[in-house]
Structures are given as C-alpha cells and as structure tokens.
Design a protein around this ligand. Structure first.
Ligand code: ARG
Length: 564
C-alpha cells in the first residue's frame, strides 16, 4: 500500500484534480504536528475562486476517512492527514522483513547495460588520494545501479599510454637502475620522471628523444614495449593492493594502451566523414560552433592523444557492451575534455553521444592545499588508508579493548570512515580530510552508522530468538518507531534518486537519518525488558534496521561489522 498515493486518490476524488496533480501536490511535512501528509490548497484558488483556507475546509468535509487514516485536520490552507500508526508500521515493516536485503532493490534496469569508467589512475605514478574519489564514487554508483537491476560493466581506463611513457623510458635509460625500480616500485619511477622534467628544462633535446620513444611504442618496438610492460606490471601490483583494501573490483582493465591498434580506423572514419581538419601540422576537430577549443586528434609528430583514445574507447564500448549509458568519473577539471570529445561523437553522427555522461567531482585536500603528483609531495592512498586504520585502532583500544578480531574491525571501520567521508556531501563539493571529524563516533560519520548497526546486532544477540511471524504492530505507536518506518518507506526512492542524479550522497545521508532515528528509538523505548508483545514488535524494528543499514552500507562499498 502506497499511503501517499492513497491520500492523493482521496484528494483527486474530492477536488477533480487528476491523480498526478494531486500526487505532486501532497507534501510530507517536516513538522510532525502537521500530520504525515499535507495537502496545500493554494493551487486550487484559481479553479474554486475562493480563499485557500475556505477551500481546505470544503474539501476536507467531502473526504471519506479510510481505515488507515486516524485523523484529518484543517490548518489554514492545509489539509493534514494523520495515518494510523499501527497500520502504517505493519505495511512498511512487514515489507522490509519479508524482502530482507532485497528491500529497496528493483528491476527497473533489467535488460539495460551501464558502463562505469572509474578510478582509472595513471600507471607509473603514485596512486594518490585524488584518485580516491573516482574509485569510491564509481564503486558506489556501480552497486546502486546493480541494485536497480542494471547490468554494470566496471572499467578501469588506466592511463597507460601516451608521450609520458616515452619520457619515462628516456629517464630510465639515463638515470634508472633495475634494482632501484624493483625495490622501490612506483616511487622510483616517479623519482626519475620528476628528474626528467628538471633535466628537460635545461635540455629540450630530451623531449624530442622521449617523443621518439613513444613513437616506437606505438609501432610495436620490442625494447620500448618491454620497458613499458615492466612499468605497467609494477604499477598494477601496487594499485591492486589498494583496491583490495578498499574492496573495489573491475570487470575490465582496458586502459588507454588497449586502444593503440584500434585508433587508426577511427581516425580514418573521422577523415571520411570530413570532420578532421589540418591545423599547424596537427589534425583537429573544430568545435567553434560549440564555442569550444578544437579537439586535438593527432599531434604534429603523429602521436595520438588522450581524446583520441577516449573516442576510440567509446566506439569500442558501444560495440562491445551496447550500453544504455556510459558514465565517466573524473575531477571537474576534465569537464572541457569530455565536452569536447562527446561533441566529436555527435559530429560523427552517433545518436548515442547523449548516453555518454561525465560525472565530475570536487577536489580532495588535506590542510595543505591541493594535492598534485608533479612535484612528488603527494599523499599516497595506501598511506592514507593505513593511517585511517591506525587511528581507528587507537580508538578501539580506548573504547573497547577486549573486542575480538580488533585488526579486522579497525580495517573495516577505518576504511569505511574514509569512504563515508567521501560520499557524505554532494560529489561536486571538495572533500577535506580531518581524522578528528571522520572518526567521530557521534558525528555524521561512517563509524557512527556502523556503530548503530553493531548496536542493533548486539541487541538481537542478547534477545535470543526473535519471532517475526506474529507481530503486534499496534505496539509501535511511538514517534520514533513511526520515524523509522517513514525513512524505510522513502528508502527505495532514495536509491533511484541516487542513481538518476549519480549522487551516492543521497543514500549516505539517508543512512545517517535512519541511524539517528534508530538511536532515538533505542533511547526512548525499553526493548528487552518490555512485555512480550511490545518486545517482539520492537525487536522486529531492530531486525529491519539492521538489515537495511547493512545493505545500504554495502551499496556505498562499506562493511558492516557486527561488533565494534
Ligand atoms: N587517467 C585519467 C586521470 O588520471 C582519468 C581517466 C578517466 N577516464 C577516461 N575515460 N578518460 O586523470
């Protein structure tokens, strides 16, 4: 039973509004004394030619009160509806309890495919906290779409091709050693790469040499490719360590290099379609009609570019996955890049350019300003995650030193805190790291939500057997129970909304609201020591909260330990 719909149905009958109009007018008042649903009569003033408060009176008199409504009150221009609490609780809770972790899922995406391009770090460069956001937001979007029945393909579009690898090869040949790279990994690759930049400033011939090496890579030269492959393997090993910590997986590691032999036909197609133009020796697509700088496709020296590979990858993905949407997660400083090459796909005559979606997000910062890789003073993701785990361990030692499997819990909570912090605000906002705030068990944080879940688990453990087949829902007449039910009722819509807006924070915030409502419920209501009917009904609420919270956290990519 959809209560809002039922209320809209009553109003539609009494006012001659269409059901849709009535439905879109029904509000859920923030202030509970105004009812569970409210209907403002302002919009009817034109039709009825009367003052809204009078209309409210007249309409209210015409309404028949169905069994699920406790009371109807007119306040000014509003008609306020109060739902019978027991019936409402029964409707919502029995659904949650029977659907369990499937509550909130749907099959609206059945038969549709969504490609999600996320994380996509650059090899031979440190996996720094700037990539955290793409990884974490992309992973959540993947899980949210999956919960709605979509088939998802998670793609890691590694930055593993381009002139920078020519530079790295030159750097390695001049200043590198096998031993150092083997023992230091990416850090050593980064050191020689930075050295290349310093040296090339004094000696521009190095840049030409680097370009030549990249051309060799493109042509399949053995020596060039062997070095490149070595750098690649070293990098992937480090990345995978971090992915494992974060619990993130991909369906494909098709990075930029994957498209090396697939670009020529695409360039040919651009030529045949008369989109490609020569400009100062380079090949470009003019985008003046969109007031954008041209999209560079081939460099003067014959080298292809980031955009060339993105265009080729999009065509490949359309052919391979026949996606309904292809979603790209990067920081907002790449807005122009995506707008440019999306338009190239449009000019090529592909209608599905509309299904390419760039999902930008804000920067990550510590107190020390923007993070960059260029100068080497970066915060590595692995260090950050280890620090989160360490800080969490300190808190556990202090609060619950006898906890079993402390190590595992510290990992789940520490990393959960980092992910939660990233997904808490709208993604376009910058993320600031503050251990104190992120790990505050009483704030709107990952640990707070996880702790609430663990509290629910511990109540259930102490309760022993919970019978869910004969619950006296009338026992749930308190405000806190009702609040929890309302949040449950809204939950499936929140997941859809998060998918439509590509905004996991909608789920994050809803989980915080459920946690807060549950803590109030727990505070206001004795559970284990109540008389049998009340006890069972309240335990049913606890079971439902535990289930929804665990699944909600899973959608965000966060574990839900049973004890902490
Ligand atoms: N490697 C790029 C970077 O680190 C992100 C790639 C995003 N995906 C894409 N298809 N362009 O900035």
């Amino acid at each position: 039973m959809d209560f809002k719909m039922e209320v809209a149905g009553l109003l539609s009958k009494a006012t001659e509004l269409s059901l849709e109009d009535a439905l879109s007018t029904v509000e859920i008042p923030a202030n509970k004394t105004m009812g569970d649903f409210a209907f403002p009569c302002f919009r009817l003033a034109k039709v009825f030619r009367k003052a809204p408060p009078m209309i409210a009176q007249e309409v209210a008199e015409k309404l028949d009160k169905p069994a699920f409504i406790e009371d109807i009150q007119v306040v000014g221009a509003y008609i306020n509806f109060f739902v019978k609490k027991g019936i409402y609780a029964q409707e919502i809770l029995s659904k949650v309890l029977s659907e369990k972790e499937n509550y909130g899922k749907s099959d609206i995406g059945l038969g549709k495919t969504v490609v999600i391009d996320y994380s996509s770090p650059n090899i031979a460069k440190p996996f720094h906290v700037g990539h955290l956001r793409s990884t974490v937001i992309g992973n959540a979007i993947y899980k949210i779409y999956e919960a709605l029945g979509y088939h998802c393909e998670g793609v890691n579009h590694l930055g593993d091709w381009g002139t920078q690898f020519g530079k790295l090869i030159v750097a390695y040949r001049n200043w590198g050693s096998k031993e150092a790279v083997e023992s230091q990994g990416i850090q050593e690759l980064m050191r020689i790469y930075v050295k290349f930049h310093d040296e090339a400033e004094k000696n521009p011939a190095l840049d030409d040499e680097a370009r030549l090496w990249f051309v060799k890579m493109q042509e399949g030269d053995d020596e060039a490719l062997a070095l490149w492959k070595w750098f690649y393997d070293i990098s992937i090993k480090e990345f995978e360590r971090v992915y494992k910590m974060l619990g993130v997986k991909f369906d494909a590691y098709t990075g930029e290099s994957f498209y090396n032999d697939k670009m020529a036909p695409v360039v040919k197609e651009l030529k045949e379609k008369n989109i490609l133009k020569e400009s100062e020796g380079a090949m470009i697509v003019d985008l003046e009609h969109k007031n954008m700088a041209p999209c560079l496709i081939i460099r003067k020296d014959g080298g292809t570019l980031y955009a060339t590979r993105d265009i080729t990858a999009a065509l490949y993905r359309k052919k391979t996955y026949n996606f309904d949407k292809c979603i790209y997660l990067t920081a907002l400083d790449q807005n122009l890049h995506f707008a440019q090459w999306f338009e190239v796909i449009h000019l090529m005559g592909y209608d599905w350019y509309k299904d390419l979606i760039h999902v930008p997000f804000g920067l990550v910062s510590l107190d020390s300003g923007k993070l960059s890789t260029r100068h080497g003073n970066v915060i590595l993701m692995e260090d950050l995650l280890n620090q989160a785990i360490g800080e969490t361990k300190k808190i556990i030692e202090e609060k619950n030193p006898s906890l079993e499997n402390k190590e595992e819990v510290a990992k789940q909570v520490g990393i959960g805190a980092v992910i939660f912090n990233d997904l808490y605000n709208g993604r376009i906002k910058d993320v600031v790291f503050s251990w104190e705030r992120m790990l505050n068990f009483d704030g709107e944080t990952g640990p707070y939500v996880q702790y609430t879940h663990a509290r629910a688990c511990s109540i259930l453990k102490r309760a022993g057997e919970v019978k869910l087949d004969d619950i006296h829902y009338d026992a749930l007449s308190d405000e806190a129970s009702l609040d929890i039910c309302k949040l449950f009722e809204a939950y499936p819509e929140k997941i859809k909304d998060a998918a439509n807006k590509l905004e996991p924070s909608i789920v994050t915030r809803h989980l915080v609201a459920i946690a807060q409502a549950f803590n109030k419920f727990y505070h206001d209501n004795p559970i284990l020591n109540s008389e049998e009917d009340v006890r069972q009904a309240r335990l049913a609420v606890v079971v439902a909260v535990k289930t929804v919270m665990k699944e909600g956290l899973r959608l965000l990519g966060i574990d839900a330990p049973e004890q902490m």
